[in-house]
Design a protein around this ligand. Structure first.
Ligand code: GUN
Length: 294
């Protein structure tokens, strides 16, 4: 472990440990469902093509589901699959009462419109929370009851870690760096619901570093390796790093070695932040745990 990780150990938000606890609670809930209703929750995981990163994500999701007692049915389709064929599979899964959740891994090959596929998933089975019915319910604050929003997993995990570390988030200044449908936009919605004052910043934002320095909570979700430096961060701020970037990390023994870094420059950030998620071991494990929760 690096000296900084030892020196500032109490600033690190351990997403891996948090996710293990959450997964254990989900496992207990699954066995309760099993005993009371004689039912095994089942997740269909659809992967089109052979993108190596997607293959790893899909494998990890399937394993995590099975470890929690959820059945995971894998559907691997060829990279040349047409949109119509994929929509047929989604329709079959929608109509199968033994399937409770459907996940179509993104990105999809160019011949398939992801919006058309997401639109076709039954909102009640949309464990990613990407369907417009779920994004609409999130935006309007429909968060409980039989028609509650299914919330995208990454931002959901981020908010859980923030509330665990900071307690009530009301009144805090939050800056979300990135405006994707998967992370930035739903993250902003969840922070508004928690009564934060929220700014969504992006590639066209002027004086980006100044905007970030206002934040009590800074969420980095731009996909640019180590873009956020310590001098962008207000002293004591909570920093959530959503980035997962593969970069060269050569050593004398392994000159071609690759490593994972976030969107935050961890070493300069941890010296300033009050709390920070590492990469790996921060947001990633919580995303999978929240998928199981959905
Ligand atoms: N690709 C990258 N992140 C995600 C995710 O959360 N869900 C799906 N389905 N695909 C992704």
């Amino acid at each position: 472990m690096s000296d900084l990780r030892v020196q500032y150990a109490d600033r690190i938000i351990d997403g891996k440990a948090f996710a293990e606890g959450l997964r254990a609670r989900i496992g207990a809930a699954v066995s309760e469902i099993n005993q009371t209703h004689g039912l095994t929750p089942s997740l269909a995981v659809v992967l089109v093509g052979d993108d190596p990163a997607s293959q790893v994500y899909v494998r990890n999701k399937g394993r995590a589901a099975e470890a929690a007692g959820i059945a995971a049915a894998d559907h691997r389709l060829d990279a040349s699959t047409s949109q119509e064929e994929l929509l047929d599979l989604v329709a079959t899964l929608n109509n199968d009462p033994a399937i409770h959740g459907i996940l179509v891994q993104l990105p999809l090959p160019d011949q398939i419109d992801p919006a058309a596929v997401i639109d076709a998933i039954d909102p009640a089975k949309d464990v990613d929370g990407f369907h417009v019915v779920n994004t609409g319910r999130l935006a309007t604050g429909q968060m409980s009851g039989p028609n509650a929003a299914l919330v995208p997993c990454t931002p959901l995990g981020c908010r859980m870690m923030l509330e665990d570390r900071l307690g009530d988030l009301a009144g805090l200044e939050a800056v979300v760096l990135g405006r994707s449908n998967i992370v930035g936009k739903p993250m902003a919605q969840l922070l508004v619901q928690a009564s934060c004052t929220v700014t969504v910043a992006h590639s066209k934002t002027r004086d980006l570093a100044d905007v970030c320095r206002r934040a009590d909570i800074l969420i980095a979700a731009v996909g640019r390796p180590q873009m956020v430096h310590g001098d962008w961060i207000k002293s004591g701020a909570a920093v959530i790093d959503v980035g997962i970037n593969r970069v060269p990390a050569p050593t004398d023994e392994e000159p071609d070695k690759m490593g994972l870094v976030g969107d935050v420059d961890f070493d300069t950030a941890i010296a300033v932040a009050g709390a920070i998620t590492p990469v790996p071991g921060g947001v990633g494990p919580m995303t999978i745990a929240c998928l199981l929760a959905n």
